[in-house]
Design a protein around this ligand. Structure first.
Ligand code: SF4
Ligand code: SF4
Length: 207
């Protein structure tokens, strides 16, 4: 291409290929005929057949893709950060929290409030522990920092409530003592990896 041709920006001189767009219907009757022709051309029945096929499969082949929530729920990922659970020690049933306060310190929403006291055996016990779920952003820092795997993110993700305070107390999050045998070891965010034992460095006997 020569330089002059290259510099020619006058698009008006170019040859365009005109596409035949057909003729527009003239008059109301012609327009009505076109609508009827397009509507009942076959695509409508293709769509109906797809729906019918899915319905027959669901009815007779038990091939249903719809989840009947809330009676059926899809499994959630172990890393999903839902409402917190407070776990117990499986051996004694005592809660695992040692009242170290790390979760309260690291919480970026400042929504954990806790207090501790000494019991009659001079052991620290948690006297107060609440999470304000109206402020919590479910970042998972508290679960990650907890040295005892005491606070974890459980599987409750339906956190709508008439009262925020209804599910924020320590006792509400704690595993019920009669369901201790159902308590599962946490496998999600901040948990110990399955091969953690392999990664521990043995202390030399000389020490
Ligand atoms: S998930 Fe994040 S915001 Fe919620 S209590 Fe834990 S640290 Fe605070
Ligand atoms: S970090 Fe864990 S052990 Fe420490 S106060 Fe929070 S829940 Fe209890």
């Amino acid at each position: 291409m020569g330089l002059e041709q290259f510099k020619n920006r006058n698009v008006g001189t170019q040859n365009y290929t005109m596409v035949d767009a057909g003729h527009s219907p003239k008059g109301v009757l012609c327009q009505f005929k076109q609508v009827v022709k397009r509507t009942f051309k076959g695509e409508l029945f293709v769509g109906l057949w797809v729906t019918m096929k899915a319905m027959l499969k669901a009815l007779f082949a038990n091939d249903m893709h719809t989840v009947k929530y809330p009676f059926e729920k899809l499994p959630i990922s172990p890393r999903y950060r839902a409402i917190h659970d407070m776990l117990r020690l499986l051996e004694s049933g005592h809660y695992r929290c040692i009242g170290c306060g790390l979760c309260e310190k690291i919480c970026i929403s400042n929504c954990i409030t806790m207090d501790t006291r000494y019991d009659e055996n001079q052991r620290k016990e948690v006297s107060e522990y609440t999470i304000n779920f109206g402020r919590c952003i479910f970042c998972g820092y508290c679960a990650e920092v907890c040295p005892e795997l005491a606070i974890v993110h459980g599987s409750r993700y339906e956190n709508a409530s008439e009262q925020r305070a209804g599910f924020s107390l320590f006792e509400d999050m704690l595993t019920p003592i009669d369901k201790l045998n159902l308590q599962q070891e946490y496998s999600g965010f901040g948990s110990v990896s399955p091969n953690a034992d392999d990664n521990i460095k043995q202390t030399p006997l000389a020490y």
